[in-house]
Design a protein around this ligand. Structure first.
Ligand code: ADP
Ligand code: G6P
Length: 483
């Protein structure tokens, strides 16, 4: 029977090995959390990397790994340490990630990493080819696997292939600096449909195809090698019901035992009833603007000293890509800034910043979303930013204010949020002031519009729209255009 195959570097779970055995932890990040809801329908297979290198898997445990993943509808592409270093930490996260987020100065152009990226994409393609047949629909995800569509197409020309990029596609002037720019474009053009979060990313991609390949582009269709490749934007939604219902349950008087975190959040509220909690949640990533946010917070406290002892900032930073030097530097910078600001402003009864560097379970995310008066998200660049959407979905009484960077893809659909430029501290300080003083009726009016939109354009609708569009791309028979 024809099936859907989802392929991404991260699977819905990551495996870890300890003395107690193999454990599966939920993967963090927009791709995994979003696609998990699509995958839970049960009629898809998900192919990806388990999170463990070959060297980390004790001999004889391979079958257990396969079994653990099969429980999540997943199949693994085994990778050695050298492959993970070159493909994941190397080309994906030291070249493509910084470049596509406009951090040109962080991008490294190492031939060896490029070669490993290419070889690992081929390895993924081999596993996909082994487990797929004509008639299947293949949905490839994200920047780690941009060569995969063409590698699959080469061996299985009749199969339907969709590709979705979860990060920004940069402007031509940035993309052209990549030595392997043409190979990346040709890899992507093996797809029938290429999806982006926003129209701007789509436009940048089409412009790069036009200027770098000479292939004919007409409106949002590319005439590549006897096929039409359609390009479109599909802003990713969230599993609205999941967040909203979990928050309803959390807020209900019958709700079962409170977490320690919730007790702590409640005691803060009791001690300072007029106090406000500001929340930010992100992977510890330089694109998320965490260091700038801390500087802006200090700026706010200096500009509006009447809020000392009244406002508390919670920063939940999830460890991410810790082998990449830029992430290590950022960790030191954030540790230092938090220490400095707390050192300068704290009183015996007040610590301005609560900083958590860890991943937390879903229940604690709900505690934080439901207890925070303001969500403050300041990415310098972000493909979408699902945290912004999750916060709004969790506000069951429609109170709460979202302050969101205009550089996040989500800002396009969330005009009722307070949009800020993450580099403009003056504007940010004034916006925090505005958020703290926003009348409840205004909060509810804004959030009601946001919630309606998020509920309608949820992740299921996003996946259905993508799939419907994928199935409608005329697959064959356009004039043969020589590349
Ligand atoms: P990115 O994909 O760049 O990490 P997003 O905001 O789009 O950014 O997605 C982050 C996802 O990771 C969200 O779905 C969020 O719920 C989840 N997440 C963020 N922080 C944590 C955490 N500390 N523990 C568990 N999940 C988290
Ligand atoms: C972003 C990327 C995903 C990635 C996630 C977490 O959302 O678009 O592809 O999975 O970050 O990053 P990680 O490197 O841990 O997979």
């Amino acid at each position: 029977m024809a099936k859907t195959i989802i392929i991404s570097n991260r699977l819905p779970v990551q495996l870890q090995i300890s003395k107690e055995g193999i454990t599966a932890l939920p993967s963090v990040g927009g791709l995994a959390t979003g696609m998990k809801s699509v995958h839970s329908g049960g009629d898809s297979v998900w192919i990806g990397w388990s999170g463990l290198t070959d060297e980390e898997i004790p001999e004889g445990k391979e079958k257990e790994i396969d079994k653990a993943l099969a429980g999540h509808g997943s199949l693994q592409v085994p990778l050695s340490k050298e492959e993970v270093d070159g493909f994941y930490f190397g080309f994906s996260n030291r070249t493509v990630w910084p470049l596509f987020h406009y951090f040109l100065e962080y991008a490294e152009f190492e031939l060896k990493n490029w070669e490993i990226y290419r070889d690992v994409n081929q390895k993924f393609a081999d596993v996909v080819l082994e487990h797929s047949e004509d008639g299947d629909t293949i949905w490839v995800h994200d920047y780690q696997l941009m060569l995969l569509p063409d590698m699959i197409r080469e061996k299985r020309p009749e199969v339907t292939i969709g590709f979705f990029l979860h990060i920004p596609f940069p402007s031509f002037e940035i993309f052209r600096t990549l030595p392997w720019r043409k190979e990346i474009l040709m890899g992507l053009l093996g797809s029938d449909l290429i999806g982006f979060h926003t129209y701007d990313y789509e436009r940048h991609f089409l412009s790069s195809v036009r200027r770098l390949t000479g292939i004919e582009v007409s409106y949002n269709e590319i005439y590549a090698d006897n096929r039409i490749v359609r390009v479109d934007s599909f802003p990713m939604g969230i599993d609205y019901k999941k967040w909203h219902q979990a928050a309803l349950k959390h807020d209900s008087p019958k709700s079962s035992e409170q977490s320690d975190l919730q007790k702590r959040l409640d005691s803060h509220r009791e001690l300072t009833p007029e106090g406000k909690l500001l929340l930010s949640i992100d992977r510890l990533d330089y694109t998320k603007g965490i260091a700038k946010r801390l500087h802006a917070f200090k700026y706010f406290l200096d500009k509006y000293p009447e809020y000392k002892e009244k406002v508390r900032l919670i920063i939940l930073a999830v460890p991410s890509r810790a082998n990449v030097p830029q992430y290590q530097l950022l960790k030191s910078e954030v540790d230092e800034l938090v220490g400095r600001i707390n050192g300068e402003f704290a009183t015996v009864s007040w610590t301005p910043i609560w900083y958590f560097y860890r991943s937390v379970p879903f229940e604690n995310l709900i505690d934080l979303y439901t207890s925070s008066d303001i969500a403050w998200l300041t990415p310098i660049r972000d493909g979408m930013n699902l945290v912004a959407k999750e916060y709004i979905a969790s506000r069951t009484d429609q109170t709460g204010v979202l302050i969101l960077s205009e550089m996040a893809g989500a800002a396009n659909e969330m005009n009722e949020a307070l949009l800020i430029n993450p580099n403009n501290f003056e504007q940010i300080a004034d916006t925090i002031y505005q958020a703290i003083n926003m009348p409840i009726e205004e909060q509810q009016a804004r959030n009601s519009l946001l919630q309606n939109r998020l509920e309608r354009y949820n992740v299921e609708k996003w996946a259905n729209d993508f799939m419907t569009s994928l199935k409608s791309v005329p697959s064959k028979g356009v004039a043969n255009i020589t590349l």
